[in-house]
Ligand binder design. Structure first.
Ligand code: ATP
Ligand code: MG
Length: 648
């Protein structure tokens, strides 16, 4: 990427100092950066000691065979013991671990002591079903407490789980079960979404026609809907789990024992089975959750709105928060059921203090209107997190103003399925935040931005985001495909992990994520990031959401084509389209002015809510639309095409 990249034209001058009160009592202070830069491995060895080890590790990192890392390799521990038992042993058994809120309005509070019993029973049930250490278990569940219990029960006995998002089709589930060679599937009759009971079990029945190795299906009864049962293969959760003993002695596993496989969201192509292991993963998930959210387990009520089918749910619903003894909310359903204030009603009901959500959700709330959150008491909120995509500065500021009462710090956390835990993020008691920037690598993490020749770019320039040192929660490989692991992540830049994302460093050296490098546009010899053109558009009062792509153009190489969703108050007109083009020109410079702006009703998104630009590029270039299997709503592409005038 050229250094004169227009990536640098967006000027965001707003700055927000950390609240004094939070800073004064923060879990982690600026000293952590100094300590970690002095001795990174000693820093991580110290964070590892926040966990309970059966055998304390004496080695920190073994990087003798890069890029295959081993962390804390001679240590042993049990993840479920760390997430549950040790809190009970420490006298916190009565603390609520999970406030479960079902979509229809049912709720359950589960204490750490109850969770311990339930996880132990489930572990005993898995053993009875013939699952042993090293086996793979597929989990295909709605957002109910049993999902957490199932994952912890696997971890407890050393079975490797592969959670598949409950919205995926039978084919998507089948390919993931086959790839991981799972022997048991844990599912439910159904779950509640958008006010109805949605069946899950039929997708498993269909998937299993292609997965003969699966011996049993363990089925949670959630909705009570009619469910077909295959005699001898299918078992009700309540039949087998409830009659088990609540005693189960957790055996210690090696720090490098495989904890889970998780497939990436598929935004850019075929999902990859990312393998995470035990000790390093839990160390970084727990420490980042403690540091970045400033979690105080005795007083905070934490809520991460992700689905456990994504890595955010793994690291920041299950492993990080529970390792830290947090009290958290788990919500089953959609944000607009039964009304568009549901999230804020939940914040008010439980007194949520820390909220972690995604830019796609924040932009949706903006579109729904400021008056909706204004009806609820959100004064308990003290830290707000964002993850999943670059957050547009306007959405960031809206989040702070309308959800955070103009004072809660926002932590924009950059990380990936592959990194296992947060990598680049502000610290809420330390960082003076900048809307739209993830800012700097966390203590103990080494990240930078390089050019095509792998040279570090100077402050003020853009390029490729790379990680220059191994980190505890890094993926260990792609399941069953070491070569693909090397080729995908470690081959573009010698000795460095290439994340696939573009980024720039500002004059202070802070990092701004610019989206996937595959999405960067080359217009008349200039690199322009889709993220910045999108942020400029979202900065216009008429625009709720936008997605920008570069379409092949005979004169300029690529031409910028913008798809926009308008806010409720705006209407589509040729004047508005002109105004939006001019607005981008004014904000970023004339070269970033979109050649076309197309007003649409929806944008194609993955099931984790990320925009799939490659499909829009197909439309902009008049091609047949590519693989849509990871799309949340397969109808969206037809809808978008029908809303656009025929291509010339
Ligand atoms: P696939 O790798 O299959 O295309 P995916 O990359 O969408 O799917 P994830 O691992 O869920 O799968 O997402 C990680 C990506 O999400 C990052 O590489 C980055 O592009 C984006 N991302 C996550 N958090 C942030 C953030 N705070 N700022 C900017 N981008 C982010
Ligand atoms: Mg990715």
């Amino acid at each position: 990427m050229s250094n004169e990249s227009l990536a640098n034209l967006l000027k965001e001058e707003r700055r927000f100092a950390p609240p004094a009160e939070l800073a004064a009592a923060a879990n982690v202070t600026a000293a952590a950066y100094a300590q970690a830069s002095e001795d990174r491995l000693a820093f991580w060895a110290e964070q590892a000691r926040r966990l309970d080890w059966a055998t304390e590790p004496t080695e920190t990192l073994d990087w003798s065979n890069p890029p295959f890392a081993k962390w804390f390799a001679d240590g042993t521990l049990n993840v479920a013991h760390n997430c549950v038992d040790r809190h009970v042993e420490a006298g916190n058994g009565d603390r609520v671990a999970i406030h479960f809120e079902g979509e229809p309005g049912d709720s359950r509070a589960i204490t750490y002591a109850q969770l311990k019993d339930e996880v132990s029973r489930a572990a005993n049930a898995l053993l009875e079903l013939g699952v042993t250490k090293g086996d793979r278990v597929a989990v295909y569940l709605p957002m109910i407490p049993e999902a957490v219990v199932a994952m912890l029960a696997c971890a407890r006995i050393g079975a490797t789980h592969s959670v598949v998002f409950g919205g995926f089709s039978a084919d998507a589930v089948a390919s993931r079960i086959q790839d991981a060679d799972a022997k048991l599937v844990i599912t439910a009759d159904g779950g509640y979404r958008r006010g109805k009971a949605t069946a899950l079990k039929p997708a498993i029945d269909e998937a299993l026609t292609k997965c003969p190795q699966v011996e049993h299906v363990l089925v949670v009864r959630r909705t009570g809907q009619d469910t077909a049962f295959t005699e001898g293969r299918d078992v009700w959760w309540h039949d087998i789990v409830e009659r088990q003993s609540a005693e189960h002695t957790a055996e210690a596993h090696d720090a490098e024992h495989p904890l889970f496989i998780l497939y990436t969201s598929g935004t850019t192509g075929k999902p990859k089975g990312i393998l995470h292991t035990t000790g390093g993963y839990l160390t970084q998930a727990a420490w980042t959750h403690h540091a970045v959210f400033d979690l105080k387990p005795e007083t905070d009520v934490y809520w991460c709105t992700a689905d456990i089918g994504w890595v955010t749910g793994h690291s920041y619903i299950v492993y990080g928060p529970l390792a830290n003894g947090a009290t958290q909310v788990i919500y089953e359903g959609t944000p607009d059921t039964p009304h568009q204030g549901r999230f804020w009603e939940i914040v008010q009901k439980y007194g949520v203090t820390i909220l972690y959500t995604a830019p796609t959700a924040i932009r949706t709330f903006m579109k729904w209107g400021d008056d909706i959150p204004a009806k609820f008491d959100l004064s308990s909120l003290r830290v707000l997190g964002s993850v999943g995509e670059p957050i547009n500065p306007e959405a960031w500021v809206w989040y702070r103003e309308h959800i955070g009462a103009g004072k809660a710090p926002i932590v924009d956390t950059w990380w990936q399925t592959e990194t296992g835990a947060m990598m680049i993020s502000p610290l809420p008691g330390v960082t003076t935040t900048k809307p739209g920037s993830a800012q700097r690598a966390l203590p103990g993490i080494a990240a930078t931005v390089v050019d095509d020749e792998a040279r570090e770019v100077p402050d003020g320039a853009g390029g490729y985001l790379v990680l220059t040192e191994p980190w505890p929660s890094m993926l260990r490989t792609i399941w069953g495909d070491d070569q693909r692991y090397i080729d995908t992540y470690w081959s573009r830049f010698e000795g460095r992990y290439f994340a696939g994302d573009g980024a720039k460093k500002d004059e202070d050296g802070d990092i701004w994520l610019l989206g996937r490098v595959d999405d960067v546009m080359l217009v008349s010899g200039h690199n322009i990031s889709t993220t910045e053109v999108e942020s400029a558009l979202v900065g216009h009062p008429a625009v709720a959401e936008s997605a920008v792509v570069g379409a092949t153009d005979a004169t300029t190489g690529q031409a910028i084509v913008a798809f926009v969703i308008l806010r409720g108050t705006a209407t589509d007109s040729p004047e508005l389209v002109e105004e939006l083009r001019a607005h981008v020109g004014r904000t970023l410079g004339p070269i970033a002015k979109p050649k076309q702006v197309k007003v649409v009703g929806e944008l194609p998104k993955t099931r984790s809510g990320k925009i799939m630009r490659r499909l829009l590029r197909d439309i902009a270039e008049g091609r047949e639309v590519g693989d849509t299997t990871t799309l949340a709503d397969s109808n969206v592409m037809n809808l978008i095409q029908s809303q656009l005038p025929a291509q010339g």
